[in-house]
Design a protein around this ligand. Structure first.
Ligand SMILES: [Zn+2]
Length: 448
């Protein structure tokens, strides 16, 4: 459906009104009728010209937006890089190593980190859960105060890193409740320095300034330039011990991060577009290989997946381009309400978003179909449908659900999601901010 923005609608109204008046005031005399009809035709032609002109303005390609690029995280990529920790962390720092459920103790990562920290004074805090919780993070702050910790080291995936970002800022928070940084978007004034050893490539949190935390069923976001990690170690060999589920979740999260910054509307941002297409093609090629018994131990596959996930959300492909994020916002509510893995909420919601936004995303869907999936169909509508079908098929190849029914949710589970979106003011989603609660309902219904 084509609809004009408020301002343009107002411009057209006087012309429409004139036509209506002319129609009503048609004279009875034949010649005068002809004269009146001539005027009417002229006015209609004029109206068409104005309409076409406005349509041209509205559908014209908008230019890339201004941007400032800043990403201070130093990346050490490759096997054996964990040893670099010893040089990255100041010698006199009092370090708190923070990790999750303890898998790092069975896959050798803990020993490597311990070795690298052998000349530092350090303590540890474990138990950060997936979808990290406020209460757990606050326990780490007690240790920080008690031991005068002044440097944090996150060893884990996105959940551990996000929790450490929160802990780093919350430990120095001056107000009453550090949750205000998320609930009220209170500005972060200072944060403890921290580094990262990445064990699960997925969220890109190792080199960006955002964090998502959960408290009492509310999964909220905060961001600040003060919570960029100082450094991040990306050793692909540490990902060899991940389960298939962790791998597929990581690949899907990275894929959806990329399309949410790419599959919107064109602004002639060629570099960002082609970087995004390169990331998507890599994930399409190598994602399934990491699940295949014959290739899952291939370190080159793991290296490409790890770097793809970082590049997908380190800020680069999102510079100066419109961004969507509707799928993430709806997905966060599904995780908060039902505990579904983050990536699996995305694989359920995203195909439905594409189906509903076919018109709004038309040009980029065609570009995506041609460049990422090598589709050649001459019929544009058919090409768009194929591109969406390919996306869904790929998700299934990656062994993730693509329907709410795949995770045993039904029509009656939609209203609670909408209430949460309303509570969190997520009522203008998408690159056009036009996905309101009714459209979110349509998306979720399509995803049933
Ligand atoms: Zn994500």
């Amino acid at each position: 459906m084509f609809s004009l923005p408020e301002g343009h609608r107002a411009c057209l109204l006087p012309h429409l009104y004139k036509v209506a008046v002319v129609k009503k005031a048609q004279p009875q005399v034949h010649d005068t009728v002809l004269e009146g009809n001539g005027k009417l035709i002229l006015q209609i032609i004029l109206l068409c010209v104005i309409f076409q002109f406005l349509l041209k303005i509205l559908t014209a390609e908008k230019p890339m937006m201004n941007f400032t690029f800043y990403n201070p995280t130093r990346i050490h990529f490759g096997e054996g890089q964990i040893a670099k920790i010893s040089k990255e962390i100041p010698k006199d720092a009092k370090v708190l190593m923070i990790y999750g459920g303890g898998s790092i103790k069975s896959n050798g990562i803990y020993e490597q980190v311990k070795e690298a920290l052998s000349h530092h004074e350090w303590s540890e805090f474990s138990g950060i859960e997936p979808n990290p919780k406020y209460n757990t993070a606050m326990q780490a702050i007690e240790i920080i105060k008690e031991k005068n910790i002044d440097y944090l080291l996150a060893v884990g995936g996105g959940s551990v890193i996000d929790a450490v970002k929160f802990i780093a800022a919350a430990a120095l928070f001056k107000g009453d409740d550090p949750w205000d940084m998320l609930a009220k978007q209170t500005k972060v004034e200072q944060a403890i320095d921290f580094g990262v050893v990445l064990t699960l490539p997925a969220t890109g949190s190792e080199s960006n300034s955002g964090s998502v935390m959960t408290r009492d069923g509310n999964k909220l976001f905060f961001g600040s330039p003060l919570v960029y990690p100082t450094f991040a170690i990306l050793d692909p060999s540490v990902t060899l011990s991940l389960s298939d589920r962790q791998i597929s979740n990581g690949v899907i999260d990275a894929f959806v991060h990329t399309v949410e910054q790419y599959l919107t509307y064109p602004v002639n941002a060629k570099i960002q577009d082609r970087f995004a297409e390169g990331i998507l093609q890599t994930l399409v090629e190598d994602g399934p290989l990491a699940l295949d018994d014959d290739t899952k131990d291939n370190i080159e596959v793991r290296a490409n997946l790890m770097w793809s996930a970082t590049m997908a959300l380190n800020g680069l492909i999102g510079l100066g381009v419109p961004q969507d994020w509707a799928t993430h916002m709806i997905g966060h509510e599904l995780t908060a309400l039902h505990g579904i893995d983050h990536a699996r909420t995305l694989s359920i919601v995203y195909p439905a978003v594409l189906k509903m936004c076919k018109t709004a995303k038309r040009e980029k869907l065609i570009q995506y179909g041609k460049r990422v999936w090598n589709l050649t169909n001459q019929d544009e509508q058919e090409l768009i449908n194929q591109a969406i079908a390919k996306t869904e098929e790929y998700f299934r190849t990656m062994q993730v659900p693509t329907r709410l029914s795949d995770v045993d949710l039904t029509n009656s589970d939609i209203d609670p999601v909408l209430s949460k979106l309303k509570q969190h003011r997520m009522v203008m989603l998408g690159e056009h901010q036009d996905i309101d609660l009714d459209k979110s309902r349509e998306i979720l219904t399509m995803a049933l």
